[in-house]
Write a protein that binds this ligand. Structure first.
Ligand SMILES: [Zn+2]
Length: 97
């Protein structure tokens, strides 16, 4: 989990309490965060603070991924895709369910 936080510092810099799910979901979070990180690197700041994730956690068997801003549709799409994928991925072992 620490590795993910280090690998994607822009994406996870505002995270309140780490990534709160089992490791079966780490690969799908890794894939998504790779894309959000690339997106954040390209976003113009223009005096505005860059978006950051606030919470990444399991809730009722589904990945919940919250951002502090919701203006960027690319970030929204990437996040929604990861959430969708979590539904069909075992949180413990990462296999398709
Ligand atoms: Zn499993």
């Amino acid at each position: 989990m620490q590795a993910l936080l280090k690998r994607y510092p822009l994406t996870f810099r505002g995270l309140r309490s780490g990534i709160e799910c089992r490791e079966g979901w780490y690969p799908l979070i890794d894939r998504a965060a790779k894309q959000t990180e690339a997106r954040l690197q390209k976003l113009p700041t223009e005096g505005k603070e860059l978006p950051t994730s606030l919470q990444v956690k399991e809730k009722m068997g589904v990945l919940c991924w919250y951002w502090n801003q919701h203006d960027d549709t690319t970030l929204k799409t990437i996040t929604q895709e990861a959430v969708k994928r979590s539904i069909s991925t075992c949180e413990q072992c990462g296999r398709d369910v």
